[in-house]
Design a protein around this ligand. Structure first.
Ligand SMILES: Cc1cc2nc3c(=O)[nH]c(=O)nc-3n(C[C@H](O)[C@H](O)[C@H](O)COP(=O)(O)O)c2cc1C
Length: 260
């Protein structure tokens, strides 16, 4: 029942180390064409891609980013998918004198769908050619107006590194299907089910080095879930990362507020 597309999808792992080898222009073009063939709301393509292949620009992006398990500078190209409600407004303005409302939640979220669906097409196309990819979430918090010179009504949706792999990592774990698939309605799981589904992740604690465990215990961290609760889901951690996103929203002049 399998086929090359399914095999490619089931073979995915994030690649964070790349060979120093440029991406051939014809391959890049094919990847981008696969991206723009994706479904798009109203067939309006409410996105733009910025393809970064300049080493200085990659380093500038790297500097704007705190956590660095993957170095953007090593990737052959970095592709940034932007929500773009600017370009379409320019078009409509050339032909209509009606006021164009392009910065409200519907404009924003359709743009997010469009940009990320197209970006995932890019990832799959690149992986189908034997290239390695890795998403980088921090683009959400970067000042793209400054770094990428974006106009108003443009917001970063996603970023991905692409290059020839210099590693082929093991598959990372996934929750069992029954944990993520509901039939017809959302069924609340029992505590036992939750524990069962996450036990593989809990077991990662056993692989943590003793020295690191000792340091984490000083922060009252005795397991993976506790580490996530403190390091990823504390008010401080969430507000810190959300601030950059809110700054980006403000600078890009999207207004997600309730007007009633
Ligand atoms: C929205 C998003 C943001 C991500 N951000 C980063 C990142 O900043 N750094 C990184 O090394 N990996 C990042 N990743 C890759 C994930 O860490 C990776 O997909 C996850 O650990 C599962 O591993 P796998 O892709 O190898 O299956 C991101 C993935 C997604 C979807």
């Amino acid at each position: 029942m399998s086929n090359p597309v399914i095999e490619c999808l089931l073979n995915h792992r994030s690649v964070r180390k790349y060979k120093k080898k440029p991406l051939e222009p014809d391959k890049l073009e094919l990847i981008l064409r696969a991206g723009t063939r994706a479904a798009t709301a109203g067939n309006l393509q409410l996105y733009s891609f910025i393809v970064v292949d300049d080493d200085e620009k990659k380093k500038e992006l790297d500097r704007a980013w705190e956590a660095r398990p993957v170095s953007l500078a090593d990737a052959a190209v970095v592709i940034i998918a932007l929500v773009d409600q600017y370009r379409v407004k320019r078009w409509l303005r050339l032909h209509s004198d009606r006021e164009i409302h392009n910065n409200r939640p519907i404009n924003f979220f359709l743009g997010i769908w469009d940009a990320l669906i197209a970006l995932q097409n890019i990832v799959v196309a690149a992986e189908s050619m034997g290239l390695g990819t890795c998403y980088v979430g921090s683009i959400l918090e970067m000042n793209i107006q400054e770094i990428l010179k974006t106009p108003e009504h443009v917001f970063p949706a996603g970023m991905v590194c692409i290059g020839y792999p210099n590693e082929w990592p093991a598959f990372s774990m996934r929750l069992p299907l029954e944990a993520v698939v509901h039939k017809n309605i959302y069924v609340l799981p029992s505590d036992n089910e939750i524990n069962e589904w996450y036990k593989e992740r809990d077991a990662v604690w056993d692989t943590v080095a003793d020295t690191l465990k000792e340091r984490l215990k000083e922060q009252n961290i005795f397991g993976i879930a506790q580490a996530l609760a403190i390091q990823r889901y504390s008010e401080e951690a969430v507000e810190k990362r959300s601030k950059g996103i809110l700054d980006n929203l403000r600078r890009s002049e999207f207004d997600l507020s309730d007007k009633d």
